[in-house]
Design a protein around this ligand. Structure first.
Ligand code: TA6
Length: 255
């Protein structure tokens, strides 16, 4: 079976490309992205961990700024699978003084890509974190819509990201006529993205209880028309005691 192709960098455990069997790449990498390890890769599926932000740490945490390592690579029931790992080191401890293990399994199916993130507390004291998969989808922004968020509680970061406005999503379909930066608390486990390029993508999850929509509009004049971020997130803080773990799965599927 033709699986298409995915590309994943050890730096940030960032999936930068997911080409479905037709050859179309459903993910987007910004034209200002760099791949020299000097800053996080701006595109694909970057991790936000252990902080989504804003907060005391650098924006979106450190997991997207460091090299992960490969712990496993196999073909599972015909599907290419790779598992990457991140553990604390002096760099992470300078910002977040805890012992942890993160395992990130990526599976390429024929028309979907699934990822499982597991965070394990390997410390002898509790810690808390929040996280997101900051997925950049290729899009034609004027034609983009996201379905499934009606009724969710919103924290709208427009106009002031430091004082998000609380509200409730009333729309059946969210569109992007201008700047959008909005957190959805208690989002459903399935959203449908029409990318405006003729594709429908179902974004489903277990345990990513929240979602974020972002398009920078004229803040990124060179590329805002070409992508939309639809992010599975855990904005409400997760608390883990010693030896406890948290697992969340995301599946993005071309339908
Ligand atoms: O996830 C949305 C958001 O937090 C926006 O507030 C904006 O800051 C954006 O992410 C930045 O993303 P970047 O990939 O440039 O770090």
């Amino acid at each position: 079976m033709d699986h298409g192709e995915a590309e994943i960098y050890l730096f940030g455990a960032c999936v930068t490309s997911w080409k479905v069997p037709s050859g179309k790449d459903l993910l987007f990498v910004r034209p200002d992205a760099v791949f020299n390890g000097q800053k996080p890769i701006s595109g694909g599926i970057p991790h936000c961990f252990p902080q989504f932000g804003p907060g005391p740490m650098q924006q979106h945490g450190f997991a997207r700024n460091v090299n992960w390592s490969i712990t496993d690579s196999e073909v599972t029931e015909g599907d290419p699978t790779v598992t990457l790992e991140l553990k604390d080191d002096s760099y992470s401890r300078s910002m977040w003084d805890f012992s942890f293990q993160a395992l990130y399994k990526v599976v390429l199916h024929s028309t979907s890509l699934s990822t499982t993130l597991k965070i394990i507390n390997t410390d002898d004291k509790p810690f808390s974190f929040n996280s997101a998969l900051h997925t950049y989808f290729s899009a034609s922004i004027a034609g983009v819509s996201v379905k499934g968020l009606e009724g969710s509680k919103t924290l709208n970061k427009d106009p002031d990201p430091k004082n998000p406005l609380e509200g409730k999503e009333e729309r059946d379909e969210v569109t992007f006529p201008g700047f959008v930066d909005c957190v959805y608390l208690g989002a459903p486990s399935e959203l449908t993205l029409d990318n405006g390029l003729g594709d429908k993508i179902v974004i489903s999850n277990t345990n990513w209880s929240d979602a974020v929509l972002w398009n920078p509009h004229l803040q990124m004049e060179a590329c805002y028309k070409d992508f939309v971020c639809v992010e599975n997130a855990k904005i409400e803080t997760v608390q883990l005691g010693p030896k406890e773990s948290w697992v969340a799965e995301q599946k993005i599927e071309l339908v």
